[in-house]
Design a protein around this ligand. Structure first.
Ligand code: NAP
Length: 312
């Protein structure tokens, strides 16, 4: 059972850190902003040369290329597929092999009992939906997305890797341990699948709109002597962009929510995943809206909200 609490603590800790970093202007600049919103942000050092100030500046400027996003999906796809294989072909008794290994490594403090052997079809369905999502994202980030000069903080890269390593386990762990494992009515499963299909379809469309704008920006830049930020990026429109500025983030939240729904809204660990995704992407959407206002001006946005149509 310790593994369940460990996973939940990871998402709670990440969500807490994300909120704390967003609240303070200096940590927001250094650790929260990434991609296009980070291009214009400057990590100010001032004149102070004391070693803590220099160390803080060095730490804040430790960045990696945003092109490494594709590695998240390689990790997610590899872990998700291996776990699926492990669950589909379980050992004759006890937990699936991957859980036995993880339990063994936590054994010195493990006092909890194990109630169920393997997740049922509902658990496998949730993991299957996740695998579809990461494989689509892998295909997009490797084949469709233009390479970028944008950066992210090395801490964000590590958080991304942790997320895609942990999430496949988080999606099935409650059902593996028999927590909240009652039967789910068919209509709830169908509602979850409909939401998943809708969100996946629109997220892909929105990504294609962004990739197209990004390619146009790169072409324009070749003809400009002076590199302007607004020439690399543009205000997106079409599909769900007509209602909000970051529909691809909204769809991502819907995708994880739909996985929670197909498990009958019973899995607390999946709820932790949904809450982390919601907090993380709401913060990113807020930063993105502020960036659009800065670069294109309030007037051009026509009061388009960041994430939630008509509201926020
Ligand atoms: N589950 C999670 O916690 C989590 C966390 C982060 C992201 N994600 C998901 O990963 C996906 C990608 O996220 P992201 O943060 O990389 O999205 P993003 O910053 O909007 O970038 C997506 C792509 O569109 C380009 N782009 C963005 N805005 C543009 C504009 N105004 N004009 C032209 N091109 C533009 C980007 O170029 P550049 O690369 O040059 O910026 C990049 O190629 C999203 O669907 C998101 O939901 C999930």
């Amino acid at each position: 059972m310790l593994f369940v609490y460990l996973l939940r603590s990871v998402y709670a800790l990440l969500a807490g850190l994300a909120i704390a970093f967003e609240l303070a202007p200096c940590t927001r600049e250094a650790f929260v902003k990434y991609g296009k919103t980070r291009v214009t942000s400057t990590i100010r050092g001032g004149m102070c040369q004391s070693w803590p100030a220099v160390a803080a500046r060095l730490c804040a400027s430790a960045t990696v290329s945003k092109n490494l996003f594709s590695q998240f999906y390689y990790v997610g796809a590899a872990v998700g597929s291996m776990l699926m294989l492990d669950l589909v072909c379980p050992p004759h008794s006890g937990l699936p092999r991957s859980f036995q290994v993880l339990e063994a490594s936590l054994q010195w403090t493990n006092h909890g009992g194990i109630h169920a052997a393997v997740p049922d079809r509902i658990g496998l369905l949730g993991l299957g939906m996740y695998n579809v999502h990461v494989f689509v994202r892998l295909k997009e980030s490797v084949l469709d997305q233009p390479t970028t000069g944008a950066r992210m903080h090395v801490g964000q890269y590590v958080v991304g890797l942790i997320f895609y390593l942990a999430t496949p386990f988080a999606l099935v762990v409650d059902r593996c341990y028999g927590l909240g494992r009652n039967t789910v009515p068919l209509w709830i499963v169908i509602a979850g699948l409909v939401l998943f299909s809708y969100a996946s379809l629109h997220q892909s469309r929105c990504h294609q709109i962004l990739f197209q704008l990004r390619r146009q920006g790169l072409q324009k830049r070749q003809f400009r002597a002076k590199e302007q930020l607004a020439s690399l990026y543009a205000l997106p429109c079409g599909d769900l962009f007509d209602h909000v500025l970051c529909p691809h983030y909204l769809c991502e939240i819907f995708i994880y929510t739909s996985i929670w729904i197909v498990t009958g809204c019973n899995s607390i660990t999946i709820l932790y995943v949904v809450i982390w995704t919601l907090i993380n992407l709401a913060i990113t959407a807020r930063e993105t809206r502020q960036w659009y206002c800065q670069v294109f001006g309030d007037r051009l946005l026509h009061n388009r909200p960041a994430l939630v149509p008509f509201i926020w």
